[in-house]
Design a protein around this ligand. Structure first.
Ligand code: A3P
Length: 345
């Protein structure tokens, strides 16, 4: 739970027995496992892997600098492309550095470590030949980073999927936040593929089984609507830029321009064209610096999945049968009743 004297205002609750049963069934096992060992946090019942508890108070109390730029989202909402835009705009379009240094090193992922438990680490070290590389990777992705963040020079770029209410209360009054939201049906499909890509998270079932967990808020970081609504309600704050994935892919240049304006950066026509080309799904999906190449080299990613994948809006239609479609419509309508948040298609 972090430093003994740091406060964290929420309880960590165990899941209900029936929720645990549902997870065991979906993961086709009778044994609890790190990859679905969630705690439920606070009144909104945010799910995080239990490993999160180690650093939750440090994260909630982390010192924030006025030069920090956070990119925040529920997972699979367009975080990576937004990070790359922010980083390039703020670093004078240094493509050489953007290629040479992996995005997760330029733009640390606050709770990346939560995916990796002690057992994973032991198994990984035992199974790999290149121990030196493996240890380096463990240091860079499988450890809490709140301590490391204190030592980074400004400006710092921080990626997180943690909802705003679990982040430092003064965050938005101090630093800049770019939040990205996406139609939850596409988030569900993309998350399903992510949990097949990361061997550590390996989801063994069908998309329909995964969707069953997603709508019941039994996937890491759900409930997604609470996550998005927290940010949506703060969208008019001067330090908040609220973006939709749908808008990013539909009109990339104007989305880049909005991010540039927010950061106070000028973009020439040539720079805009080059950045759009760099972000085209063809180029971006082949870009090793944003596709966790170091994890792939060490055998941690499934060979038939990609981190940057299709990059489309509405791709969920290929995955949903009539029953799921209706369930999704009702679920979305119920969750949008108390808000004017709507997804562009
Ligand atoms: P799909 O799985 O639907 O293709 P995040 O970065 O938050 O994990 O989001 C990942 C989603 O953004 C994936 O969606 C991925 O393909 C998409 N994406 C990443 N880079 C993109 C780009 N340059 N253009 C369009 N979509 C992109």
């Amino acid at each position: 739970m972090g430093e003994a004297n740091l406060s964290f205002p929420y309880d960590f609750k165990e899941l209900e027995p029936e929720e645990k049963t549902k997870l065991l069934k979906a993961y086709k096992t009778s044994e609890p496992d790190h990859k679905f060992d969630f705690v439920s946090i606070g009144p909104k019942k945010y799910k995080q892997l239990r490993t999160y508890c180690q650093d939750a108070a440090n994260i909630y109390n982390m010192p924030v600098r006025s030069s920090d730029i956070f990119v925040i989202s529920h997972q699979r909402s367009g975080t990576t492309m937004t990070q790359e835009i922010v980083w390039l705009l703020d670093n004078n379009f240094d493509y050489a550095e953007a290629k040479a240094k992996a995005l997760h090193e330029r733009f640390p992922f606050l709770e990346f470590f939560t995916y990796f438990g002690q057992k994973w680490e032991e198994d990984f070290l035992q199974s790999t030949d290149d121990k030196r590389k493996a240890l380096k990777l463990i240091e860079s992705i499988a450890r809490p980073i709140t301590g490391k963040l204190l030592t980074l020079p400004s400006p710092r770029y921080i990626k997180t999927h943690i909802p705003l209410s679990l982040l430092p209360p003064g965050l938005l009054d101090t630093a800049k936040v770019v939040y990205v939201a996406r139609d939850p049906r596409d988030v569900a499909v993309s998350s399903y593929h992510l949990y097949r890509l990361y061997k550590v998270m390996n989801f063994p079932g069908t998309f329909k089984e995964f969707w069953g967990l997603f709508v019941q808020d039994l996937v890491n970081r759900t409930p997604i609507f609470e996550h998005m609504k927290e940010a949506w309600n703060l969208r008019h704050h001067k330090n908040m830029l609220f973006l939709f994935f749908e808008e990013l892919v539909k009109n990339l240049p104007s989305s880049i321009q909005r991010i540039a304006d927010f950061l106070g950066k000028e973009v020439s026509i040539e720079q805009m064209n080059k950045l759009c080309d760099h972000l085209s799904i063809e180029n971006f999906s082949k870009n090793e610096a944003v596709n966790y190449h170091s994890l792939r080299e060490l055998g941690l990613l499934a060979s038939d999945e990609q981190f940057v994948r299709k990059g489309k809006s509405g791709g969920w239609r290929e995955y949903f049968d009539k029953e799921m479609e209706q369930q999704a419509e009702q679920w979305i309508a119920a969750n949008l009743r108390d808000t004017d948040l709507r997804f562009a298609q």
